[in-house]
Design a protein around this ligand. Structure first.
Ligand SMILES: Nc1ncnc2c1ncn2[C@@H]1O[C@H](COP(=O)(O)OP(=O)(O)OP(=O)(O)O)[C@@H](O)[C@H]1O
Length: 241
């Protein structure tokens, strides 16, 4: 459903992506791993229309969306959950969800959609009138994911969903993503917590120096000694030694 074809791009004249290519199928979870600064978050920006793409293509369901604006991409069913806390802490859970529907083409239907989404997140339903800041870290992350679901996306780009969460809460967030995948949503995720993320993913993608270095089933990447080296701070090419 999503394909990047030899994408080069960066910030102004600085090139960060040096040939990123991959295809991901519908209703799957793919995790992008790689060292700090490899360009993982930049790949999301390239997909979501937030980067200067110098060459290459981004295809969504076979249609060229290279350089489309975020608003167009939202309209085509793409949701982006950037790194960090993206909720408004002093607003209630319900009002944070309402913000997710702000670009809806059917504003009158946003209330109904909030009800549908809230059914999937019992903790959010329980705390619907509490301020977002009063939720636990895991619940706040669930609120971000729930808000991304407001427009019924087919593709979710989620950057470091486990950051700052305890292992139990990480598993809770991962279970949420698996449930969405099972409902037909396609998920592309960036994670530092690489082993745990690959363990719950269908596919994995290793990015290094702005290039796709490996792309395989997640189980195969987990068993690959080169990936082990990367986790320990080495480089893919070290395997040759
Ligand atoms: N807005 C920006 N302007 C200029 N350079 C940027 C900008 N954002 C990121 N970069 C640079 O792009 C490179 C890749 O950054 P990116 O955030 O994509 O890496 P990453 O693989 O996600 O890293 P991390 O794992 O540390 O989050 C880095 O060298 C970074 O300094």
């Amino acid at each position: 459903m999503l394909e990047l074809k030899d994408v080069y791009g960066g910030y102004g004249k600085i090139t960060i992506l040096n040939g990123v290519s991959f295809k991901i199928p519908r209703a799957s979870i793919t995790t992008i791993i790689g060292p700090n600064g490899a360009g993982k978050s930049t790949v999301f920006k390239a997909i979501f229309g937030l980067l200067d793409i110098h060459s290459g293509q981004v295809l969504l369901d076979g249609q060229d969306v290279t350089g489309c604006k975020p608003r167009d991409l939202i309209g085509r069913g793409v949701s982006y959950v950037p790194q960090g806390r993206n909720i408004v802490p002093q607003l209630s859970v319900y009002h944070n969800l309402e913000l997710g529907g702000i670009t809806s083409k059917n504003p009158s239907k946003v209330g109904e959609r909030i009800d549908v989404v809230m059914e999937q997140f019992p903790a959010l339903k329980t705390h619907r009138d509490r301020k977002a800041i009063e939720l636990s870290g895991g619940q706040q992350k669930q609120l971000e994911v729930a808000r991304a679901l407001l427009l019924d996306p087919k593709l979710i780009l989620i950057d470091e969903p486990s950051i700052g969460l305890s292992p139990n809460l990480v598993q809770e967030v991962f279970r949420t993503l698996i449930r969405l995948r099972d409902q037909g949503v396609t998920i592309l995720m960036v994670e530092q917590n690489a082993k745990a993320a690959l363990a719950m993913s269908d596919y994995g993608l290793v990015l290094e120096l702005g290039q796709t270095r490996m792309h395989n089933k997640a189980s195969e990447l987990l068993a690959d000694p080169r990936v082990g080296r990367l986790f320990l701070g080495g480089h893919i090419d070290d395997l040759a030694s």
